[in-house]
Design a protein around this ligand. Structure first.
Ligand SMILES: [Zn+2]
Length: 94
């Protein structure tokens, strides 16, 4: 899938072809202005960049198709939809 996106401040914009990650050791890249994590890649001579989904404008279309490292998942994760939520940063009132 072709996607595009940017860091929080808009200093960096990108177009990319996305794929899945392997879990190998990574080098991380950040926007030098706002610090947004943008992508990771293998050390040395990387052949692929792994774009952070939060920077992709089409992220709502990127529904996960597999979950990995489930052995370390917190038990409450499967019940997260039952937890009260807020559309923004504001504190919830009980
Ligand atoms: Zn930025």
């Amino acid at each position: 899938m072709k996607v595009n996106g940017s860091c929080h401040c808009g200093n960096i914009e990108f177009d990319a072809e996305i794929d899945t990650e392997s879990g190998a050791k990574r080098v991380q890249a950040f926007c030098p202005v706002c610090g947004t994590p943008l992508y990771s890649s293998a050390e040395g001579n990387p052949t692929h960049m792994f774009v952070r989904v939060g920077t992709i404008r089409q992220r709502a279309s990127l529904r996960p198709t597999v979950q990995i490292w489930r052995r370390s998942a917190v038990k409450w994760l499967k019940d997260l939809d039952s937890v009260p939520g807020s559309p923004e940063q504001q504190a919830l009132t009980a």
